[in-house]
Design a protein around this ligand. Structure first.
Ligand code: SF4
Ligand code: SF4
Ligand code: FES
Length: 237
């Protein structure tokens, strides 16, 4: 299989973005965007479509098995995990160009690597941590478990029309972990988190559900949103 990776890169010194098209050939049907980037970076002789040598491409990864969220980027215009994006699924036979860009809602560090610390700052603002022992009942277990599966990859924020870095709305990456906390807390602490939920999540969400099908962890965002709104906004305790 022959593909071309059209990568939106960043000139290191001038900090100016530019496109570089890198031809890539593989016999392996299971090759992903992550394995292709690794192979290109490991090859000192690789050149782009103009014959220019390719400087190592800056991107992030860790687990390479859809568990850490580090490799999130825009692939053919949609946020996705590079380690989960198979090259054969990204080409249609006629068009073998695959575009790779950094996520747009976060500051670009270099090439495909962004600084997603705003997500963690948002979680700190909401206060998403346990100060005491969890009080989890069987009835709430499913919701709490679903909430604990978030990778903090940022794909849902990328697609959300209401989220922007520096705003008060924390988006789906904020509400998913908060659901877990709401399920586990009781009394005053639960009331505090519910108040933060209304401020940082419910009030900013347009309920468009553009984020519904984007989660690479397969979290059922619509189900979670309906349930967390019911608990945090409509239930008294
Ligand atoms: S429902 Fe719409 S506004 Fe709310 S988090 Fe999802 S994409 Fe964003
Ligand atoms: S909810 Fe899904 S898409 Fe959003 S940050 Fe968590 S794992 Fe990523
Ligand atoms: S490297 Fe961990 S999710 Fe892709």
């Amino acid at each position: 299989m022959n593909v071309s990776l059209d990568i939106l890169r960043m000139d290191r010194e001038k900090r100016i973005p530019y496109h570089q098209i890198i031809p890539f050939e593989t016999e392996d049907e299971r090759e992903t965007v992550a394995t292709a980037l690794t192979a290109i970076n490991a090859d000192p002789d690789v050149s782009d479509n103009t014959g220019k040598p390719v400087e190592p491409i800056v991107w992030e990864c860790s687990c390479l098995q859809k568990k850490c969220g580090a490799c999130a980027m825009r692939i053919n215009g949609r946020p996705a995990l590079a380690c989960d994006a198979k090259l054969r699924d990204l080409t249609d036979g006629k068009n073998a160009v695959i575009t790779l860009e950094p996520l747009r809602k976060f500051p670009v560090v270099a090439d495909l690597m962004v600084d997603r610390s705003i997500m963690y700052e948002n979680l700190k603002q909401i206060g998403v941590w346990l100060r005491d022992e969890a009080n989890l009942t069987q009835e709430k277990y499913d919701l709490a478990y679903e909430g604990s599966r978030c990778l903090q990859c940022g794909c849902c924020l990328e697609i959300c029309p209401n989220f922007y870095a520096g705003g008060t709305f924390a988006g789906t990456a904020g509400f998913v972990p908060t659901v877990r906390l709401i399920s586990e807390l009781t009394g005053k602490e639960r009331r505090e988190v519910k108040r933060a939920y209304r401020r940082y999540i419910y009030n900013g969400c347009g309920k468009s559900l553009a984020c519904r099908d984007i989660c690479p962890a397969g979290i059922d965002i619509e189900h979670l949103l309906v349930n967390s709104n019911a608990i945090a906004v409509w239930k008294k305790n």
